[in-house]
Write a protein that binds this ligand. Structure first.
Ligand code: 13P
Ligand code: SF4
Length: 302
């Protein structure tokens, strides 16, 4: 960690000077996650916590849609995203026009939109969900059929759990779609007794091979309550690194894929954001109100 000391010290000082807090997704590298972050968690926790930030500036160590969500939920704050290129393959897969077409094709079906989308897509939706609350959100609607976009795999995994028919969209997470059932078979062969936890953005046949599926926060809770001696997290690489740092007694088998968007949040980029006051995230006023409504509906359910 000696190589990070200068940046960490500068960031801690800048946070005080700028009245800033850092909200960090679980996929940040350990020096960001454990070194400089104030509020940490999955997409759901970051959305919830963003509402209650008192500081004047939020630095969102995550990706663009997370920064937009923070801005929507706490609009008087300055929200900084260290690198504007931090996108998401799911968010990029869908437009409001795609939703309009789905509504025409499936009249009456509510549109449940994963938070991994732009504010404009959220604005065209009825309610949002995250991987941590998708079952509760779908069940709360009390209908037999929903349009659930844009992650085809999350949609199919949640349909299997709830029995609700889902119409979806061909979006996928570029990190989780790369895992295969064979990956898990090989992990089990190499590590007898290992517990395998998969993210529900993985294809259903991958989830079927796992012992448990859940959001990044669900995975952390599972590890901390069940304390499996050996565990494999089928998700982004930093997830295991961050939990392993807190639980050195547990063995983490690491079959992981990197998210290039998350990895743009280096200490250097965070420091530069605090030094320059940018890039700042704002949301088009034409979509802010309906997008906020879709997120707030979600937070009212869970
Ligand atoms: P969660 O942290 O909500 O499980 O989301 C994972 C993810 O890929 C976020 O981009
Ligand atoms: Fe998007 Fe997947 Fe990266 Fe999360 S891990 S930001 S879902 S591409």
């Amino acid at each position: 960690w000696a190589m990070y000391a200068d940046d960490i010290e500068a960031i801690q000082r800048l946070k005080r000077e700028q009245d800033a807090v850092i909200l960090a997704h679980n996929y940040m590298t350990p020096e960001v996650f454990h070194g400089v972050s104030d509020i940490k968690g999955d997409s759901l926790a970051l959305a919830r916590e963003a509402q209650h930030v008192d500081a004047g500036t939020i630095v969102l160590a995550g990706v663009h849609f997370m920064a937009e969500t923070a801005k929507l939920l706490n609009p008087s704050k300055r929200v900084l995203l260290p690198d504007l290129r931090s996108g998401c393959s799911l968010a990029e897969s869908i437009t409001p026009e795609d939703i309009a077409q789905l509504r025409r094709d499936h009249p009456g079906a509510p549109v449940v939109t994963y938070v991994n989308t732009s504010a404009a897509v959220k604005a065209a939706s009825d309610i949002c969900c995250t991987s941590g609350n998708a079952v509760k959100i779908i069940t709360s609607l009390g209908v037999d059929k929903v349009i659930m976009i844009p992650d085809q795999y999350l949609a199919r995994n949640i349909s299997a759990l709830t029995g609700v028919e889902v119409v979806t969209h061909p979006g996928a997470c570029e990190v989780h779609e790369r895992f295969t059932p064979l990956d898990i078979v090989q992990i089990r062969e190499g590590h007898p007794g290992v517990t395998v936890l998969a993210h529900p953005e993985c294809p259903p046949e991958v989830v079927a091979e796992a012992d448990f599926a859940g959001s990044t926060a669900d995975m952390q809770r599972y590890v901390e309550t069940e304390r499996p001696a050996s565990v494999a997290l089928i998700t982004e690489c930093s997830m295991s690194d961050n939990i392993a740092a807190q639980h050195p007694d547990l063995e983490f088998v690491r079959p992981c894929n990197l998210c290039p968007h998350m990895k743009r949040n280096t200490l250097g980029a965070i420091r530069a954001a605090l030094e320059t006051g940018g890039p700042e995230i704002d949301v088009d006023p034409a979509v802010a109100e309906p997008a906020r409504r879709a997120i707030e509906r979600m937070l009212q359910v869970n």
